[in-house]
Design a protein around this ligand. Sequence first.
Ligand code: MG
Ligand code: MG
Length: 264
Amino acid sequence: MILRKSAPELALMERAGQIVARANTAVREALRPGMTTADLDRIAEDVIVGEGAVPSFKGYHGFPATLCTSRNQEIVHGIPSRDVVLDEGDVISVDCGAIWEGFHGDSAMSLVVGGDEAATDEVRDLLQVTRDALWSGIRAATVGNRLGDIGAAVQAHADARGYGLVREYVGHGVGRALHEAPSVPNYGRAGKGLKLAEGLVIAIEPMFNLGTAETVQLDDGWTVVTADGSLSAHWEHTIAVTPDGPKVLTARDDDEAYLGLLAA
Ligand code: MG
Ligand code: MG
């Protein structure tokens, strides 16, 4: 069942989304070589708890942390650890969720440790194209469009570059549950699928790999890696479908240029 949100519910969801945005911004600003992924987790949790909110992921099906931190060939659901020390040039995907008044926000970003200069052009492109794909998907999330329009918009970016597009993990509805109907695949055919209506809130979250699309889950029961060990990128926002266009509930300061395009 798809639960569309009322205006008061959307206001609570925007608050949840902005708490996630603050947590991710704090992580982005603190990120340095030599930090551990447990350090990043602490930073995000301090922001969320400091805002009077609750981490979405901690305890979710037994997940032990506030963030998912996925490094290099890890695609999603990496577990923060004191043993994972970040090196300059590593790609770290940070996924964060928070609950405010019973509603979730969910957002992810992939960053280069030490800044973009520390990465090769190939890696920078992977991160940039995956982020561009997210925003193309967001732009397609308008009243009257269909889920397939979002998937097709995202997929076009991966296809154009020959990236491996992860299919086993997809976007989703967001609300009082972290994962609600509908599933929001990062592939599809324009004009097909569920019609998007006012009040629908979804997370769009492309995961692109430099190599194969094939994934493997590690023995920890969580961490998902690329089958060929190639690098992976993951960007995600929680958005509401509104009569005025898509509203990005988890938007951050560093999204300003994309938000400008959305408004244009
Ligand atoms: Mg997420
Ligand atoms: Mg999600």
